[in-house]
Design a protein around this ligand. Sequence first.
Ligand SMILES: [Zn+2]
Length: 173
Amino acid sequence: MNHEPPFQASEFVSRISAFPWRRLVDEVHVHHTWKPSRSGWSGRRTIRAIEQFHKEQRGFLAIAQHLTIDPNGLLWTGRDWNTPPASAVGHNGNSRRGPFMFEMVGDFDAGRDLLDGPQLAAALIVCRVVCDKFLLEPLEAVLFHRDLGAPKTCPGSGVDREAFVAAVAALAP
Ligand SMILES: [Zn+2]
């Protein structure tokens, strides 16, 4: 169980620099939680519920994602960054190379929550910082769950990948 306090997106660059990487990150995988939606967010209790669900219902060894971005744009660390995520079957890499995975708390299917404000800003920063750290091209490396072979809308049918990735690329490094 992770008891670390959440941190600001502006701290992510120093976190990722200071981390003792033993794994080469080659993609960034973007997810939404779907459940809970933004209104269901209740801080650490939600993080614990997600972790418990992943371990007990899905049979994962730890929470699936490396990072969770809450509706206020705060970042919560999840699975050890040196371990492969449980992002999408066949796309999780191995102990030496693979994706960095994050989940945004919300249901971003069309007509539900709108991905905007500090949460969107944090998601763009996370993508940009991971791409810069591992010398990745956002256009190729930032992937949505729905593009990884699963019959899903994740991270939400209301989120346009082209616009999202363009916004990542437009961020100052
Ligand atoms: Zn997903």
